[in-house]
Design a binder for this molecule. Structure first.
Ligand code: NAP
Ligand code: FE
Length: 382
Protein backbone atom coordinates (compact mmCIF):
# COMPACT_ATOMS: atom_id res chain seq x y z
CA UNK A 1 0.00 0.00 0.00
CA UNK A 2 1.16 3.54 -0.77
CA UNK A 3 1.70 6.11 1.97
CA UNK A 4 2.90 9.62 1.30
CA UNK A 5 2.88 13.19 2.58
CA UNK A 6 2.42 16.19 0.35
CA UNK A 7 2.97 19.85 1.22
CA UNK A 8 3.34 22.74 -1.23
CA UNK A 9 2.43 26.03 0.46
CA UNK A 10 3.12 28.44 -2.44
CA UNK A 11 0.12 30.25 -3.90
CA UNK A 12 0.66 30.18 -7.66
CA UNK A 13 -0.65 32.75 -10.14
CA UNK A 14 -0.10 31.55 -13.70
CA UNK A 15 -0.89 33.42 -16.91
CA UNK A 16 -0.35 36.53 -18.97
CA UNK A 17 -0.37 39.79 -16.99
CA UNK A 18 -0.82 37.95 -13.68
CA UNK A 19 1.21 40.60 -11.78
CA UNK A 20 -1.00 43.47 -12.92
CA UNK A 21 -4.15 41.39 -12.50
CA UNK A 22 -3.40 39.74 -9.16
CA UNK A 23 -0.45 41.68 -7.70
CA UNK A 24 -2.48 43.12 -4.85
CA UNK A 25 -2.09 39.76 -3.08
CA UNK A 26 1.46 40.95 -2.27
CA UNK A 27 -0.01 43.23 0.39
CA UNK A 28 -0.53 40.12 2.51
CA UNK A 29 3.23 39.38 2.38
CA UNK A 30 4.61 42.67 3.72
CA UNK A 31 4.89 46.47 3.63
CA UNK A 32 8.59 46.99 2.82
CA UNK A 33 10.12 44.88 0.07
CA UNK A 34 13.67 44.28 -1.07
CA UNK A 35 13.47 43.43 -4.77
CA UNK A 36 16.32 41.02 -5.62
CA UNK A 37 17.22 40.55 -9.26
CA UNK A 38 19.98 40.16 -11.87
CA UNK A 39 21.76 42.87 -13.78
CA UNK A 40 19.64 43.36 -16.91
CA UNK A 41 17.01 40.91 -17.97
CA UNK A 42 14.26 41.66 -15.43
CA UNK A 43 14.23 45.19 -16.81
CA UNK A 44 14.34 44.11 -20.45
CA UNK A 45 11.56 41.55 -20.19
CA UNK A 46 9.15 43.92 -18.43
CA UNK A 47 8.93 42.02 -15.14
CA UNK A 48 10.64 44.72 -13.06
CA UNK A 49 8.35 47.48 -14.39
CA UNK A 50 5.27 45.38 -13.64
CA UNK A 51 6.51 44.68 -10.10
CA UNK A 52 7.47 48.27 -9.24
CA UNK A 53 4.17 49.59 -10.60
CA UNK A 54 2.30 47.02 -8.54
CA UNK A 55 4.26 47.92 -5.39
CA UNK A 56 3.56 51.64 -5.88
CA UNK A 57 -0.12 51.05 -6.53
CA UNK A 58 -0.40 48.96 -3.39
CA UNK A 59 1.58 51.28 -1.10
CA UNK A 60 4.45 48.84 -0.56
CA UNK A 61 7.83 50.56 -0.07
CA UNK A 62 10.82 49.01 -1.84
CA UNK A 63 14.54 49.03 -2.40
CA UNK A 64 16.37 47.30 -5.27
CA UNK A 65 19.31 44.86 -5.17
CA UNK A 66 20.22 44.09 -8.79
CA UNK A 67 23.63 42.46 -8.51
CA UNK A 68 22.86 38.75 -8.67
CA UNK A 69 25.16 36.81 -11.01
CA UNK A 70 24.48 33.41 -12.61
CA UNK A 71 25.06 30.55 -10.15
CA UNK A 72 25.07 33.04 -7.25
CA UNK A 73 27.77 32.90 -4.61
CA UNK A 74 27.17 32.77 -0.88
CA UNK A 75 28.79 36.23 -0.74
CA UNK A 76 26.15 37.71 -3.07
CA UNK A 77 23.35 36.22 -0.97
CA UNK A 78 24.97 37.72 2.13
CA UNK A 79 25.10 41.17 0.48
CA UNK A 80 21.42 40.93 -0.44
CA UNK A 81 20.57 39.76 3.08
CA UNK A 82 22.43 42.72 4.57
CA UNK A 83 20.65 45.12 2.22
CA UNK A 84 17.30 43.68 3.32
CA UNK A 85 18.28 44.15 6.96
CA UNK A 86 19.55 47.73 6.41
CA UNK A 87 16.32 48.62 4.60
CA UNK A 88 14.26 47.02 7.35
CA UNK A 89 12.54 44.90 4.73
CA UNK A 90 9.75 42.62 5.88
CA UNK A 91 9.55 40.73 2.57
CA UNK A 92 11.72 39.78 -0.42
CA UNK A 93 10.54 39.93 -4.01
CA UNK A 94 12.85 37.80 -6.15
CA UNK A 95 12.62 38.46 -9.89
CA UNK A 96 14.59 36.69 -12.61
CA UNK A 97 15.98 33.30 -13.51
CA UNK A 98 16.80 30.67 -10.92
CA UNK A 99 19.87 32.62 -9.81
CA UNK A 100 18.08 35.76 -8.55
CA UNK A 101 15.27 33.59 -7.15
CA UNK A 102 17.76 31.51 -5.15
CA UNK A 103 19.77 34.54 -4.01
CA UNK A 104 16.51 36.19 -2.91
CA UNK A 105 15.46 33.11 -0.93
CA UNK A 106 18.84 32.92 0.83
CA UNK A 107 18.68 36.67 1.53
CA UNK A 108 15.28 36.15 3.16
CA UNK A 109 16.97 33.77 5.57
CA UNK A 110 20.17 35.77 6.08
CA UNK A 111 18.23 38.98 6.80
CA UNK A 112 17.00 37.40 10.02
CA UNK A 113 19.85 35.05 10.97
CA UNK A 114 23.58 35.59 11.50
CA UNK A 115 24.78 32.27 10.19
CA UNK A 116 28.21 30.90 9.30
CA UNK A 117 28.29 29.06 5.98
CA UNK A 118 27.97 25.69 7.67
CA UNK A 119 25.03 26.82 9.82
CA UNK A 120 23.39 28.20 6.69
CA UNK A 121 23.45 24.84 4.92
CA UNK A 122 22.24 23.04 8.03
CA UNK A 123 19.19 25.31 8.40
CA UNK A 124 16.09 23.39 9.48
CA UNK A 125 12.36 23.88 8.95
CA UNK A 126 11.87 26.10 12.00
CA UNK A 127 14.22 29.02 11.29
CA UNK A 128 12.65 32.44 10.79
CA UNK A 129 12.69 33.63 7.16
CA UNK A 130 11.20 36.74 5.53
CA UNK A 131 8.29 35.91 3.21
CA UNK A 132 9.40 35.57 -0.42
CA UNK A 133 7.43 36.47 -3.55
CA UNK A 134 8.97 34.80 -6.62
CA UNK A 135 8.63 35.99 -10.22
CA UNK A 136 10.51 33.72 -12.66
CA UNK A 137 11.71 35.09 -16.00
CA UNK A 138 13.17 31.80 -17.25
CA UNK A 139 11.26 28.54 -17.71
CA UNK A 140 13.36 25.85 -16.10
CA UNK A 141 14.37 25.89 -12.47
CA UNK A 142 10.96 25.86 -10.78
CA UNK A 143 12.64 27.65 -7.86
CA UNK A 144 9.43 29.66 -7.40
CA UNK A 145 7.80 26.54 -5.94
CA UNK A 146 10.69 24.81 -4.17
CA UNK A 147 12.16 24.99 -0.65
CA UNK A 148 15.74 25.19 -2.04
CA UNK A 149 18.32 27.84 -2.70
CA UNK A 150 21.39 26.65 -4.62
CA UNK A 151 24.48 28.73 -3.90
CA UNK A 152 28.06 28.49 -5.11
CA UNK A 153 30.56 27.82 -2.34
CA UNK A 154 33.91 29.18 -3.55
CA UNK A 155 35.76 27.52 -0.66
CA UNK A 156 34.38 24.03 -1.25
CA UNK A 157 34.51 24.59 -5.03
CA UNK A 158 30.99 23.37 -5.70
CA UNK A 159 27.34 24.35 -5.51
CA UNK A 160 25.49 23.66 -2.29
CA UNK A 161 21.84 23.22 -1.55
CA UNK A 162 20.23 25.27 1.20
CA UNK A 163 16.91 23.72 2.17
CA UNK A 164 14.12 24.65 4.54
CA UNK A 165 10.35 24.34 4.26
CA UNK A 166 10.34 28.03 5.22
CA UNK A 167 12.05 28.85 1.91
CA UNK A 168 8.98 28.00 -0.15
CA UNK A 169 7.90 31.36 -1.62
CA UNK A 170 4.53 32.47 -0.26
CA UNK A 171 3.44 33.74 -3.68
CA UNK A 172 4.66 32.94 -7.20
CA UNK A 173 3.72 34.90 -10.33
CA UNK A 174 4.37 33.04 -13.59
CA UNK A 175 3.81 35.19 -16.67
CA UNK A 176 5.01 33.46 -19.88
CA UNK A 177 5.38 36.93 -21.46
CA UNK A 178 8.54 37.48 -19.41
CA UNK A 179 10.21 34.52 -21.11
CA UNK A 180 9.50 35.69 -24.67
CA UNK A 181 12.83 37.50 -25.12
CA UNK A 182 14.92 34.56 -23.92
CA UNK A 183 17.47 33.69 -26.60
CA UNK A 184 17.58 30.21 -28.07
CA UNK A 185 20.47 28.94 -25.92
CA UNK A 186 19.00 29.96 -22.55
CA UNK A 187 15.53 28.79 -23.65
CA UNK A 188 16.98 25.35 -24.45
CA UNK A 189 19.21 25.00 -21.40
CA UNK A 190 16.47 26.02 -18.97
CA UNK A 191 13.94 23.68 -20.65
CA UNK A 192 16.46 20.83 -20.28
CA UNK A 193 16.86 21.74 -16.61
CA UNK A 194 13.09 21.32 -16.19
CA UNK A 195 13.25 18.02 -18.08
CA UNK A 196 15.93 16.67 -15.76
CA UNK A 197 13.92 17.77 -12.70
CA UNK A 198 10.90 15.84 -13.95
CA UNK A 199 12.97 12.79 -14.92
CA UNK A 200 15.06 12.70 -11.73
CA UNK A 201 11.93 13.23 -9.63
CA UNK A 202 10.22 10.33 -11.43
CA UNK A 203 13.25 8.11 -10.82
CA UNK A 204 13.99 9.26 -7.26
CA UNK A 205 13.53 6.88 -4.34
CA UNK A 206 11.33 9.66 -2.89
CA UNK A 207 8.80 9.74 -5.74
CA UNK A 208 5.09 9.44 -4.89
CA UNK A 209 2.01 8.75 -7.03
CA UNK A 210 1.28 12.48 -6.93
CA UNK A 211 4.74 13.57 -8.08
CA UNK A 212 4.65 10.86 -10.78
CA UNK A 213 1.58 12.43 -12.40
CA UNK A 214 3.18 15.87 -12.51
CA UNK A 215 6.54 14.51 -13.66
CA UNK A 216 5.07 12.57 -16.58
CA UNK A 217 2.95 15.52 -17.69
CA UNK A 218 5.99 17.79 -17.51
CA UNK A 219 8.02 15.30 -19.58
CA UNK A 220 5.17 15.05 -22.10
CA UNK A 221 4.96 18.83 -22.49
CA UNK A 222 8.73 19.01 -22.96
CA UNK A 223 8.67 16.10 -25.41
CA UNK A 224 6.27 18.16 -27.53
CA UNK A 225 8.21 21.40 -27.29
CA UNK A 226 11.94 20.59 -26.93
CA UNK A 227 12.63 19.19 -30.41
CA UNK A 228 11.37 22.39 -32.08
CA UNK A 229 13.88 24.51 -30.16
CA UNK A 230 16.66 23.48 -32.53
CA UNK A 231 14.69 25.22 -35.32
CA UNK A 232 12.63 28.28 -34.50
CA UNK A 233 12.04 29.95 -31.16
CA UNK A 234 8.72 29.04 -29.50
CA UNK A 235 5.61 31.15 -30.10
CA UNK A 236 3.49 32.43 -27.19
CA UNK A 237 1.69 29.10 -26.83
CA UNK A 238 5.03 27.26 -26.77
CA UNK A 239 6.42 29.64 -24.15
CA UNK A 240 3.37 28.98 -21.99
CA UNK A 241 3.88 25.20 -22.28
CA UNK A 242 7.57 25.47 -21.33
CA UNK A 243 6.75 27.58 -18.27
CA UNK A 244 4.03 25.14 -17.24
CA UNK A 245 6.40 22.18 -17.66
CA UNK A 246 8.95 23.98 -15.50
CA UNK A 247 6.33 24.69 -12.83
CA UNK A 248 5.18 21.05 -12.70
CA UNK A 249 8.78 19.80 -12.53
CA UNK A 250 9.54 22.30 -9.75
CA UNK A 251 6.61 20.98 -7.72
CA UNK A 252 8.01 17.48 -8.26
CA UNK A 253 11.56 18.21 -7.01
CA UNK A 254 10.18 20.23 -4.12
CA UNK A 255 9.16 16.81 -2.72
CA UNK A 256 11.56 14.33 -4.31
CA UNK A 257 14.75 16.40 -4.57
CA UNK A 258 17.11 15.81 -7.48
CA UNK A 259 19.46 12.83 -7.88
CA UNK A 260 23.05 12.12 -8.89
CA UNK A 261 22.60 13.82 -12.28
CA UNK A 262 22.36 17.30 -10.70
CA UNK A 263 25.23 16.55 -8.32
CA UNK A 264 27.37 15.59 -11.33
CA UNK A 265 26.32 18.66 -13.30
CA UNK A 266 27.49 21.04 -10.56
CA UNK A 267 31.12 20.09 -11.32
CA UNK A 268 30.72 20.87 -15.02
CA UNK A 269 29.31 24.25 -14.01
CA UNK A 270 31.87 25.12 -11.34
CA UNK A 271 35.03 23.90 -13.09
CA UNK A 272 34.10 24.21 -16.78
CA UNK A 273 31.65 27.15 -16.75
CA UNK A 274 28.89 25.09 -18.36
CA UNK A 275 25.40 26.55 -17.84
CA UNK A 276 23.32 24.59 -15.32
CA UNK A 277 20.68 23.12 -17.66
CA UNK A 278 23.20 22.48 -20.41
CA UNK A 279 25.42 20.56 -17.99
CA UNK A 280 22.43 18.40 -17.07
CA UNK A 281 21.70 17.77 -20.76
CA UNK A 282 25.21 16.42 -21.35
CA UNK A 283 24.71 13.87 -18.57
CA UNK A 284 21.07 12.87 -19.14
CA UNK A 285 21.52 10.07 -21.74
CA UNK A 286 24.25 8.33 -19.70
CA UNK A 287 22.14 8.66 -16.54
CA UNK A 288 19.13 7.05 -18.25
CA UNK A 289 21.39 4.30 -19.56
CA UNK A 290 22.57 3.69 -15.98
CA UNK A 291 19.02 3.58 -14.62
CA UNK A 292 17.62 1.51 -17.50
CA UNK A 293 19.17 -1.76 -16.27
CA UNK A 294 17.66 -1.51 -12.80
CA UNK A 295 14.38 0.24 -13.64
CA UNK A 296 13.41 -0.52 -17.23
CA UNK A 297 9.72 0.16 -16.48
CA UNK A 298 10.29 3.71 -15.17
CA UNK A 299 12.96 4.59 -17.75
CA UNK A 300 10.62 3.24 -20.46
CA UNK A 301 7.71 5.38 -19.19
CA UNK A 302 9.95 8.45 -19.43
CA UNK A 303 10.90 7.69 -23.02
CA UNK A 304 7.23 7.05 -23.89
CA UNK A 305 6.19 10.38 -22.37
CA UNK A 306 8.95 12.09 -24.38
CA UNK A 307 7.69 10.39 -27.55
CA UNK A 308 11.05 8.59 -27.91
CA UNK A 309 11.66 4.99 -28.98
CA UNK A 310 14.98 4.71 -27.14
CA UNK A 311 17.75 6.70 -25.45
CA UNK A 312 19.41 7.33 -28.78
CA UNK A 313 16.30 9.20 -29.91
CA UNK A 314 16.52 11.39 -26.78
CA UNK A 315 20.21 12.05 -27.48
CA UNK A 316 19.29 13.19 -30.98
CA UNK A 317 16.86 15.73 -29.53
CA UNK A 318 19.33 17.00 -26.93
CA UNK A 319 22.46 16.99 -29.11
CA UNK A 320 21.70 20.06 -31.25
CA UNK A 321 20.47 21.95 -28.18
CA UNK A 322 23.52 21.44 -25.95
CA UNK A 323 26.36 21.34 -28.50
CA UNK A 324 29.73 19.85 -27.63
CA UNK A 325 30.61 18.84 -24.08
CA UNK A 326 33.89 19.55 -22.34
CA UNK A 327 35.89 16.33 -22.32
CA UNK A 328 37.27 15.54 -18.92
CA UNK A 329 40.68 14.21 -18.04
CA UNK A 330 41.01 10.99 -16.05
CA UNK A 331 41.90 12.95 -12.93
CA UNK A 332 38.87 15.23 -13.33
CA UNK A 333 36.53 12.29 -13.81
CA UNK A 334 37.93 10.59 -10.72
CA UNK A 335 37.75 13.73 -8.54
CA UNK A 336 34.25 14.75 -9.64
CA UNK A 337 32.96 11.19 -9.17
CA UNK A 338 34.24 11.02 -5.61
CA UNK A 339 32.69 14.40 -4.78
CA UNK A 340 29.35 13.69 -6.49
CA UNK A 341 29.16 10.38 -4.65
CA UNK A 342 29.08 12.25 -1.32
CA UNK A 343 26.31 14.67 -2.36
CA UNK A 344 23.04 14.18 -0.43
CA UNK A 345 21.18 13.64 -3.72
CA UNK A 346 23.26 10.50 -4.39
CA UNK A 347 21.27 8.78 -1.64
CA UNK A 348 17.94 9.12 -3.45
CA UNK A 349 19.32 7.77 -6.73
CA UNK A 350 18.08 4.27 -7.57
CA UNK A 351 20.19 2.19 -7.72
CA UNK A 352 22.60 4.14 -5.55
CA UNK A 353 25.74 4.72 -7.65
CA UNK A 354 29.29 4.21 -6.48
CA UNK A 355 32.25 6.24 -7.77
CA UNK A 356 32.85 3.77 -10.63
CA UNK A 357 29.25 4.14 -11.87
CA UNK A 358 29.50 7.92 -11.79
CA UNK A 359 32.82 7.80 -13.57
CA UNK A 360 31.25 5.76 -16.35
CA UNK A 361 28.53 8.38 -16.73
CA UNK A 362 31.17 11.13 -16.95
CA UNK A 363 32.92 9.06 -19.64
CA UNK A 364 29.77 9.13 -21.75
CA UNK A 365 28.82 12.78 -21.77
CA UNK A 366 26.61 13.55 -24.74
CA UNK A 367 28.49 14.81 -27.82
CA UNK A 368 31.88 14.04 -26.34
CA UNK A 369 33.50 11.69 -28.85
CA UNK A 370 35.14 8.47 -27.65
CA UNK A 371 38.43 9.43 -29.24
CA UNK A 372 38.56 12.66 -27.28
CA UNK A 373 37.62 10.88 -24.05
CA UNK A 374 40.36 8.32 -24.53
CA UNK A 375 43.00 10.96 -25.11
CA UNK A 376 41.64 12.99 -22.17
CA UNK A 377 41.78 16.05 -24.38
CA UNK A 378 39.23 18.81 -24.83
CA UNK A 379 36.72 18.33 -27.59
CA UNK A 380 34.60 21.39 -27.16
CA UNK A 381 34.71 25.09 -26.82
CA UNK A 382 33.49 25.30 -23.22
P1 NAP B 1 20.02 32.29 -14.44
O1 NAP B 1 21.41 31.97 -13.97
O2 NAP B 1 19.06 32.85 -13.49
O3 NAP B 1 20.11 33.31 -15.68
C1 NAP B 1 20.93 32.99 -16.79
C2 NAP B 1 20.95 34.15 -17.76
O4 NAP B 1 19.66 34.35 -18.29
C3 NAP B 1 21.35 35.48 -17.09
O5 NAP B 1 22.29 36.11 -17.94
C4 NAP B 1 20.05 36.26 -17.05
O6 NAP B 1 20.24 37.66 -17.15
C5 NAP B 1 19.34 35.74 -18.29
N1 NAP B 1 17.89 35.88 -18.25
C6 NAP B 1 17.04 35.62 -17.23
N2 NAP B 1 15.75 35.87 -17.60
C7 NAP B 1 15.81 36.33 -18.88
C8 NAP B 1 14.81 36.78 -19.82
N3 NAP B 1 13.52 36.75 -19.52
N4 NAP B 1 15.21 37.20 -21.05
C9 NAP B 1 16.54 37.19 -21.38
N5 NAP B 1 17.53 36.78 -20.53
C10 NAP B 1 17.16 36.35 -19.30
O7 NAP B 1 19.46 30.98 -15.17
P2 NAP B 1 18.48 29.80 -14.71
O8 NAP B 1 18.84 28.65 -15.54
O9 NAP B 1 17.08 30.26 -14.65
O10 NAP B 1 18.93 29.50 -13.19
C11 NAP B 1 20.01 28.65 -12.91
C12 NAP B 1 20.24 28.62 -11.42
O11 NAP B 1 19.09 28.08 -10.75
C13 NAP B 1 21.41 27.73 -11.06
O12 NAP B 1 22.19 28.33 -10.04
C14 NAP B 1 20.74 26.46 -10.55
O13 NAP B 1 21.56 25.72 -9.66
C15 NAP B 1 19.52 27.03 -9.88
N6 NAP B 1 18.40 26.08 -9.68
C16 NAP B 1 17.65 26.23 -8.55
C17 NAP B 1 16.61 25.36 -8.28
C18 NAP B 1 15.81 25.52 -7.02
O14 NAP B 1 14.89 24.75 -6.76
N7 NAP B 1 16.11 26.50 -6.20
C19 NAP B 1 16.29 24.33 -9.18
C20 NAP B 1 17.09 24.20 -10.33
C21 NAP B 1 18.12 25.09 -10.58
P3 NAP B 1 20.49 38.63 -15.88
O15 NAP B 1 21.88 38.32 -15.40
O16 NAP B 1 20.35 40.00 -16.40
O17 NAP B 1 19.47 38.28 -14.84
FE1 FE C 1 18.20 22.22 -11.89
Amino acid sequence: METFTYFMPTKVFFGRDCVSRQGQAMVSAGKRALVVTGKNSARKCGALDDITLCLKENGIGFDLFDEVEANPSIATARLAGKRARDFNADMIIAVGGGSPLDAGKAAALLALNDFTDDALFSADDTIPVLPVVAVPTTAGTGSEVTPYSILTDMNLQTKRNLRSEKLFPVLAYLDPRYTELLPRDITSYTAIDALTHAIEGYLSSRHTPLTDVLALESIRLLGENLPGLSGSLPDSAGREKLLMASLFAGIVIARTGTTILHAMGYHLTFFHKVEHGRANGFILPAYLEYVMNARPDRAGAILDAMGCRDINCLSKILGPLVGVAPCLSDVERRDYSLKACEAPSAASTVPRPGPADIRTMYEHLLSCTDTAVQSGGTCGDV
